[in-house]
Design a protein around this ligand. Structure first.
Ligand code: ZN
Length: 242
C-alpha cells in the first residue's frame, strides 16, 4: 500500500492491517562521472516497491525523501546538500506525523551513508514518543552478503554501480567510470585534504567491475534480507546473539 494513494476519509480502514510504515530516504549527489545523481533514492525506492509487492497491506510505503546530507560531494555539479539540523527535524517530523495517525513502527529505507547520523537522532526522537523507529542502510547491514557477489564496496563503486545497472542500464555511462581504490581509514573524517583522497571524482571503488548481472544478484539478496528485517521488526525480534 502506498500512503499517498490513500484517501483521508478511508485512512483508518485502509491502514488497519499496516504493521510497518516504510520511508525511502536518499540523497541528490554526484556518483562519480558514470552514475545518476538520484542513485541513493532510486535503489531504496525500488526496494520499497518490491517490499510492498511481497508484504502487501502489512506495509505502507510513504513518499520518499529525495534530498540528504552530503557536504563532502557539494563541489560536484548537481549535488544538493541539506543541513543536518533540517534533516533531523524532517525525518523526526515525518516519523512523528505517521505515528500521530497510528503507525506502530516506522522504518527508514536509507540509501546514503551521510544520512545515518541524522536518522539516528530522528529515530531516537520517534522512539521516545512511543513508536518503534529504525533505519536500514543495506550496504552496511548486508555487507557480508554483498561481498559474496562483489570484490569491493564503494560510493559509486562495484556494488552500487551494479545495482543501478540492474535497475536501469540506460542511466549508467560505463565508459566514464574511473577506478579509485582508496577510502577514509576513519569515519567521521573531515578537513583539508581528506576529501580529495577519499572521493576523487566523487567515487571510490571499482565501478569497472560492475555488471547488471551482479546487480540483479545483489538486488535479490538485499530484498530478501529486507523482508527478513521488516518481519523481525514486526515480531519485536531486535537483537542478534553476540
Ligand atoms: Zn550512493
Amino acid at each position: 500500500m502506498y500512503l499517498d494513494r490513500i484517501r483521508s476519509g478511508r485512512y483508518a480502514e485502509e491502514t488497519r492491517g499496516a504493521e510497518a510504515f516504510i520511508v525511502p530516504v536518499g540523497s541528490l549527489e554526484a556518483h562519480g562521472p558514470h552514475c545518476p545523481l538520484g542513485t541513493d533514492c532510486m535503489i531504496p525506492e525500488r526496494l520499497c516497491a518490491d517490499l510492498e509487492a511481497r508484504l502487501g497491506d502489512r506495509v505502507v510505503v510513504a513518499p520518499p525523501i529525495h534530498y540528504g546530507y552530503t557536504p563532502s560531494l557539494a563541489a560536484f555539479p548537481g549535488t544538493v546538500s541539506i543541513a543536518a539540523e533540517t534533516l533531523i527535524s524532517l525525518y523526526a517530523e515525518v516519523g512523528l506525523g505517521l505515528a500521530k495517525w497510528g503507525a506502530k513502527r516506522v522504518v527508514f529505507m536509507n540509501g546514503h551513508g551521510g544520512n545515518i547520523a541524522m536518522l539516528s537522532v530522528a529515530c531516537d526522537r520517534i522512539g521516545a514518543a512511543g513508536t518503534v523507529a529504525a533505519a536500514i542502510s543495506y550496504w552496511l547491514h548486508y555487507s557480508r552478503d554483498i561481498l559474496g557477489v562483489c570484490g569491493t564496496q564503494g560510493h559509486a563503486g562495484e556494488d552500487e554501480t551494479s545495482l543501478v545497472l540492474a535497475l536501469d542500464e540506460s542511466l549508467v555511462e560505463m565508459g566514464a567510470a574511473r577506478r579509485h581504490m582508496r577510502k577514509g581509514f576513519l569515519s567521521p573524517l573531515a578537513g583539508p585534504g581528506t576529501l580529495e583522497s577519499r572521493f576523487p571524482e566523487a567515487l571510490n571503488g571499482d565501478p569497472g567491475a560492475a555488471s547488471a548481472d551482479k546487480g540483479r544478484r545483489l538486488y535479490e539478496l538485499i530484498l530478501e534480507r529486507n523482508v527478513q528485517a521488516i518481519e523481525r521488526i514486526i515480531a519485536g525480534d531486535y537483537a542478534d546473539d553476540l
